[in-house]
Design a protein around this ligand. Sequence first.
Ligand SMILES: [Zn+2]
Length: 383
Amino acid sequence: MIRSTGTPPPLSSAEQLRYARHLSLPEIGLDGQHKLQQASVLVIGAGGLGTPALLYLAAAGVGRLGIIDPDCVELSNLQRQILYPTAACGSAKVEAARDRLLALNPHLQIDIYPEAFALANSADLIAAYDLIIEGSDQFAAKYLVNDACVLAGKPYIGASIRAFSGMLAVYAAPNGPCYRCLFPEMPAPETVPSCAQAGVLGTVPGLFGVLQAHEALKLILGIGEPLIGALLKIDLLTMRFQRLRLPRDPGCPLCGESPTIRTLTETSFVCATPTQRPTDTLPWLSVAASQQRPALRWVDIRTTAEFAAGHVPEAIHAPLDQIEAWAAQVEPHEELLLYCQQGGRTVQAYHRLQGKLQGRVSLLRGGYEAWLQGVSAQTSATS
Ligand SMILES: [Zn+2]
């Protein structure tokens, strides 16, 4: 896939030592190492999938790496995003990642984009790299990456994970399928729990991120059988690995014979940044603002297991799946503040309560994790 131009330049003695285990493989050697040095990979999302992928791509000597992510490192990331040290909390992920990767391998060029992957920047970013690794936890971003890669003719390695399982494939390769061949339409956001809601064992994204880097290296080197036209599913509780055939769908709305999506503006996703989301009109309260209202009754809408693991003192527990029945028993005139883990599920709760408890419900912005951050900031200020 990556064109090699003539005899590759010799490696320095330090590079010969660094890449010695590649150079002694007949499938890689000096030619292969040169292909890696000449290659560029864009990693979309520097989270659970992107960070292990980045570590291995950098260690392998992929010459130019792009990293796009709008977020800062948070304490709750560190259980799985092993690229970041605790001291990086509060720093931009892309900056912390660049520093760590250059410490690992100073021979690389690392481009960073502290922004969301969105309609406005997607085409330019994808055009600037040979290969893309899709490591987002948002469905809208997954569809945007897919559509932008298919329209640009750039292959990408996509992975989706759940608590203890996941799947992986190379999409948008020549003659290969795309993500819409598998899932033509984006699911409604409220039907899909994100990792923040569903939880995940840290090794699961770790393994899938490493597999994404592995497939990228194979594609760059032109070795083996990449997962094109095939889907790898892994259940990590039972350790069952399945390789399924994934043919291109002639009826695919994007890469099929009569596509209905021909430009990115025809895609049906909403890839808004957090400040543009339509949920901005909801009655959110920050942790600081909530402390000015001592009469508020705090309501934890998370699962029983999440509530048992820790909750706001004095909060009552009303799980999301029983929220309507619970609302029927709320005392008149009681002012309520709903919270979940990070804020997403309270939007669902709010919509389910439409027509009930009119004007008496607020939502905690950032959820229980925002409240915990407030507590830990107070503790460190007073200790
Ligand atoms: Zn398709």
